[in-house]
Design a protein around this ligand. Structure first.
Ligand code: GAF
Length: 386
């Protein structure tokens, strides 16, 4: 995204003065889905697409925030206990409150922002928005004293308290800590992580965005999390001498031991999670050896688990996964929280063109539109641009 695009709108909608410009990315995740809130491993990387915001303290009583994409201006007072009602503005209001709780003396500001992360694609535009404002407020009002990890947690707390999604830490982590050309393996229990250079010679990583988002009744993401927590409670009662904080603390035998006392649905969800934790470790090992065939095979296994055990896939994504298999794509799976969005595909250069053409044609024939093709370039994390 061009700086000029954001700057010209900022100048137009406010008093003509310029502010500082910040950028935070969306993310991909090679493998490790729904493992973050279970204390497991994830394997994300930041992308080049993200949110860009221009921000300037205004010396007034209210924060004035303009969404360039939605052409919508929202005003809120920093100490208003309710905050704005527009969802997009609640992300920003939430970050303001969380940064204040971390000791940042946030003063009213003007801001304009735009994004090029496709919405609803599972690439975490919301974490990009949260981290972008956390980074801006830290810089403008906090002398950059808030640590990167605290910014990650401020974004996550915003989702929990102001949006109602009980997400894990993967998305905000990837957005804040991302580095160009590198994926990261994060242990969500210890918060230790390693950078892995991503240079798969002869392969491309491509997202196919189905452009569908299924609005399911209730809160299916939180429901999945509840299932996992039910199993953790059962484990704690069954093994009183062992401490289980999350499913990561359980092994396969322990899970089998509580099978009779949990619902079949909760057991099946937990079964997926234990398998997914193992798969991330297998992928890390395979990457060390440059063994992309194993990486791809694990991606297909993850898709199967997300579709049949965790039940967060949908017909359109299963179809894209089938097309990948038919075309000899090395690995393919649904990416992100699920219920729509994209598949992430590890594709050998020689099958790339045929796969993309076939996916576009078949998907269009069945669903009346082509999937959006997004070639993944791993970019940098949250930063001040100027
Ligand atoms: C969403 C959440 F925000 C993440 O925390 C993570 O759980 C992901 O779904 C699934 O892996 O993006």
């Amino acid at each position: 995204m061009e700086i000029e695009y954001v700057r010209s709108r900022f100048i137009k909608h406010f008093d003509g003065k310029t502010g500082n410009i910040y950028h935070s990315p969306g993310r991909i995740n090679l493998i490790g889905e729904h493992t973050d809130y279970n204390g497991g491993f994830v394997f994300p990387g930041a992308v080049e697409q993200g949110i860009m915001a221009e921000v300037r303290p205004n010396g007034q009583q209210t924060c004035n925030v303009y969404s360039i994409d939605l052409k919508d201006m929202v005003h809120f007072k920093i100490d208003d206990p309710k905050g704005p009602s527009a969802t997009w503005a609640r992300y920003i209001y939430g970050v303001v409150q969380e940064m204040r709780a971390l000791g940042v003396d946030v003063k009213p500001f003007n801001a304009a922002f735009a994004g090029d992360v496709p919405l609803g694609a599972g690439m975490s535009s919301s974490a990009a928005l949260e981290s972008c404002f956390a980074c801006a407020l830290n810089d403008l009002f906090g002398d950059n004293k808030v640590s990167k990890w605290d910014m990650v947690l401020a974004g996550q707390a915003t989702e929990h308290k102001y949006i109602g999604v009980n997400c894990g830490i993967m998305d905000q982590f990837a957005s804040v800590f991302g580095q160009k050309g590198k994926l990261m393996r994060l242990d969500c229990r210890s918060r230790e992580f390693e950078y892995f250079p991503w240079e798969p010679k002869g392969y491309k990583l491509v997202l196919l965005n189905s452009k569908v988002k299924h609005e399911l009744k209730g809160s299916p993401y939180n429901d999945r999390r509840n299932s996992c927590e039910n199993v953790v409670k059962a484990l704690s009662s069954h093994f009183p001498d062992k401490k289980f904080e999350t499913l990561r603390d359980a092994n396969w035998d322990e899970l089998e031991a509580v099978k009779p006392v949990v619902s079949e649905e909760d057991y099946t969800r937990a079964h997926f999670v234990l398998g997914e934790v193992d798969r991330v470790l297998a992928v890390s090992e395979a990457l060390e050896k440059g063994d992309y065939e194993t990486v791809g095979q694990k991606m297909y296994e993850t898709h199967y688990g997300l579709s049949k055990e965790y039940e967060v896939s949908c017909e359109e994504l299963d179809y894209l996964n089938d097309i990948a298999k038919e075309n000899g794509v090395t690995g393919s799976r649904i990416m992100g929280g699920g219920f729509g969005g994209c598949t992430i595909n590890l594709v050998k250069d020689e099958v790339y063109d045929k796969f993309i053409a076939d996916a576009k044609k078949k998907f269009n024939e069945k669903y009346g539109h082509e999937p959006e093709v997004i070639n993944v370039v791993i970019g940098d994390g949250s930063r001040k641009i100027c």
